[in-house]
Design a protein around this ligand. Structure first.
Ligand code: FES
Length: 83
């Protein structure tokens, strides 16, 4: 398995307990849908970030989250800014 440098740090910083939606204060679970248009959940977002999608354009391109109505992009930005 080819891990990027710092990959473990990224993974550990993305635990469900650490991230909450600012607006509603709910904790994320793996099943939490981040992008409703593309049905991308938190588990998938973590996986894409772990393999190198660490900025918004990369995360959108790889996950397809944010390619519908675009309303989830602010959530994606918050997630990325918290890692
Ligand atoms: S909710 Fe993500 S693009 Fe619409």
């Amino acid at each position: 398995m080819n891990k990027e440098k710092g990959g473990d740090n990224v993974t550990s910083s993305l635990s469900s307990q650490d991230l909450k939606w600012d607006s509603v204060g709910l904790e994320l679970t793996d099943a939490t849908i981040i992008c409703h248009c593309r049905q991308v959940n938190w588990e998938k977002i973590k996986k894409f970030i772990k393999v190198g999608a660490t900025d918004l354009p990369q995360l959108i391109q790889r996950s397809r989250a944010g390619t519908g109505c675009g309303s989830c992009r602010e959530h994606l930005k918050k997630i990325l800014s918290s890692i």
